[in-house]
Design a protein around this ligand. Structure first.
Ligand code: C2O
Ligand code: CU
Length: 703
């Protein structure tokens, strides 16, 4: 049983249903294709015996199709049992279009077919042949085969989202068209089969014609695919606020502001005042060495990756000057999880132009939140973060960390070499040991700076063995009343952070990324050389009910100024010229994804539904959101505030946030390959505009 972000059966039910539904769409197509071929040829069977045999085979195929259909209904039922929204498109669009032609088969084909199957050895005469070639008898089977093609298209390509009116039309149209075309075609065949010279008609001529027809079909399809691939190319220049797909979440419609709007350039941090902490980060090429000795040609800040740890105090005015010395790469810095003013957010093409080789940019902001954050480039991130343009950003409490606390920052990352993916903590891909005296308070700051392990579609799984631990903070927000967890498994969302604390026991403690069991971190008392065993079947940590106390400014029952739904799915299609399993939000990829429009001080609810094949760690910039519920179960533990939320297939999260940080904010999946394939949308405040552009014709490729 796959393990999700929580020990729940809903994800499994959905995935079993979804995968079975997709496979069965293919199986139905194969069965009905065979059936259609058999039915079409029935009138050409030369002997009574051959005719009878074919009719019987066809009947058996129809029975098989019925059985598969029933199983498909069960698969759909599984999804519906999780929630109506997971399969409403099957119920409304897909099934009627399959069932109607099948009904026609039952009414018009089956009786005649049974007669043919029970036929005696009388010679096959014109009458029999014309019954077997009658359009009313054959076309229902052929049309059902066409409907199953549409079923496959539905399951893997079109993936309709509400409202379904236009989808019913686009999916029904080819089926209706096929009725007309096939009726006409079959009518001609009927005339051939009943013609007096039927027996003399050449096979060769027919084969030749069929080949010519097939060639035309192949050509048309190839031209169509080329056209679709070409037209999926993104424009050379676009802005983040130009798209027309605007979602007001049921609130009053508002605009980006045009005249008199606020530019993101006006939403900067304090531009005057002496910084309490000033850093310089210079982006450069460097070769870094992992603990195993493997060398990585990395993109780095200051020649190291992970980049320098930036450690500041709550309330500090922080100034970071970025220089770019990488000859062929533009760079920015985004402060992941820190809700800085919009103009400091470091998103190329939204809040600034990416820094070109030789250029500089200075970020200034006040560190208002305490906790574990990280920074990374927001230019070409799929490539550039993976190759090393990231580091940790730690904000300590105003009065300093708890006395005597040992603090370890762990950045779970995967380094790519031409022949390997190396799962590491920072640059450590082999087991590391650190001495810690028993009784010492310890804080492990776990950061997932990568996607999920390449072999696994689940959140990154980390275990801690050797002592019970508490989760003291999630995404830079303290947890109230954390309770001890023994041998926990942490499914850490991409971009997400857990602060885990414990008091050093008399024996060793081990932190492991289950994707690299030979690596990890062992904390051991001085002189202790033992290593705890990995326990990997412990309970999955579930923040939904973890901890206690603390207050919620709003909950699942509150009323909201705006409520949005993000329906996450994926489809096999072209994006920017390439064929991918393209992730989609409400049926679209960037730049056609919806822009969520809000007004300052709105209280906003977002319902995130994952009915795709992959998990999506959704990351909203500039805000922390409170988890309200998951699959209808209210959050009960400590308030669970997030900036990075892993949503696995079959899950529905409701989150709420206050619109209190004006700007133009990214809201995207942090699996960077998904973001690069268009799983990106924006949260826009009324009246905020951006002068920046993105696309091949600009310096900016934010994803
Ligand atoms: Cu960590 Cu938009 O990113
Ligand atoms: Cu994703």
């Amino acid at each position: 049983m796959p393990r999700g972000a929580h020990p729940s059966y809903v994800g499994v039910m959905f995935e079993v249903g979804e995968n079975a539904d997709g496979i069965l769409a293919g199986v139905l197509f194969l069965i009905w294709l065979s059936a259609a071929i058999l039915a079409t040829r029935l009138a050409w069977r030369p002997t009574p015996e051959a005719l009878r045999k074919s009719a019987r085979r066809l009947l058996r195929l129809l029975v098989a199709a019925l059985v598969v259909l029933v199983v498909k209904c069960v698969a759909i039922g599984l999804m519906l049992a999780v929630d109506w929204i997971f399969a409403d498109n099957r119920v409304i669009v897909q099934m009627p279009l399959l069932l109607l032609p099948m009904l026609a088969v039952a009414i018009w084909t089956v009786p005649g077919l049974r007669a043919l199957a029970d036929r005696d050895d009388a010679p096959v005469d014109v009458e029999t042949r014309s019954a077997a070639a009658d359009p009313r008898f054959v076309v229902p089977v052929q049309v059902t085969a066409v409907a199953t093609v549409i079923g496959v298209y539905f399951a893997y390509v079109s993936r309709p989202v509400p409202s379904y009116v236009d989808d019913i039309a686009t999916h029904a149209a080819p089926i209706l068209l096929s009725v007309v075309v096939l009726w006409f075609w079959q009518g001609r065949r009927l005339r051939v089969v009943t013609a007096t010279d039927f027996a003399r008609r050449g096979r060769r001529a027919r084969a030749l014609r069929a080949t010519a027809q097939a060639a035309v079909v192949v050509l048309v399809v190839a031209a169509g695919i080329t056209y679709v691939a070409q037209s999926s190319r993104l424009p050379d220049r676009m802005t983040m606020t130009s798209h027309d797909n605007v979602d007001y979440g049921g609130g009053p419609s508002i605009g980006h502001g045009g005249h008199g709007g606020t530019s993101v350039d006006d939403l900067r941090g304090p531009q005057t005042g002496k910084p309490n902490k000033a850093f310089t980060l210079t982006a450069k090429n460097a070769t870094i060495r992992l603990s195993s000795g493997t060398e990585i040609k990395a993109l780095t800040y200051n020649g190291q990756s992970p980049g320098p740890e930036l450690r500041v105090r709550e309330g500090d005015l922080v100034e970071v000057t970025l220089h770019n010395e990488i000859p062929d790469e533009n760079v920015t810095i985004h402060w992941h999880g820190l809700d800085v003013p919009n103009g400091e957010d470091g998103v190329a093409g939204a809040t600034q132009n990416a820094v070109e080789p030789g250029g500089s940019f200075t970020y200034r902001f006040i560190a208002e939140q305490v906790g574990t954050f990280w920074y990374h480039t927001h230019q070409n991130p799929l490539e550039a973060i993976r190759r090393g343009l990231f580091g940790a950003l730690i904000v300590e409490p105003r009065d300093g960390p708890p006395p005597g606390e040992r603090d370890f920052v762990v950045q779970a990352h995967e380094w790519r070499t031409p022949d390997d993916n190396i799962v590491s903590f920072g640059t450590s891909d082999t087991l590391q040991r650190q001495e810690v005296a028993p009784g010492t308070p310890v804080r492990l700051r776990l950061i997932n700076t990568d996607n999920n392990p390449s072999t696994d579609s689940r959140p990154r799984a980390l275990t801690i063995n050797g002592t019970p631990v508490r989760v003291a903070a999630i995404d830079g927000v303290d947890v109230n009343g954390p309770t001890p967890l023994t041998d926990p498994r942490f499914g850490l969302a991409t971009g997400g952070r857990y602060d885990v604390t414990f008091t050093m026991p008399a024996g060793p403690v081990r932190l492991t990324d289950l994707a690299n069991r030979d690596g990890g971190l062992v904390l051991a008392p001085p002189g202790d050389t033992s290593t705890p065993k990995i326990v990997d079947d412990g309970d999955q940590f579930d923040p939904l009910s973890y901890g206690s106390g603390g207050s919620r400014p709003f909950d699942a029952g509150s009323s909201y100024d705006r409520s949005f739904t993000q329906l996450l799915d994926d489809r096999l299609s072209f994006y920017n010229g390439g064929l991918h399993l393209v992730p989609i939000i409400n049926g679209h990829s960037f730049p056609n994804t919806p822009t969520l429009m809000v007004r300052m001080d709105d209280v906003v609810k977002v319902r995130i539904v994952n009915r795709s094949h992959q998990n999506h760690p959704m990351h909203l910039h500039g805000h922390h959101a409170l988890v309200l519920s998951r699959n209808g179960v209210r959050a009960t533990g400590s308030p669970w505030w997030i900036d990075s939320l892993d949503v696995i297939p079959g899950e529905i999260y409701e989150i709420g946030f206050k619109a209190d940080n004006p700007g133009l904010w990214m809201d995207h999946c942090h699996n960077l390959d998904h973001a690069a394939n268009g799983m990106v949308m924006h949260l826009a405040y009324e009246g905020v505009t951006s002068p920046y552009e993105l696309g091949r014709g600009t310096p900016n490729q934010p994803e």
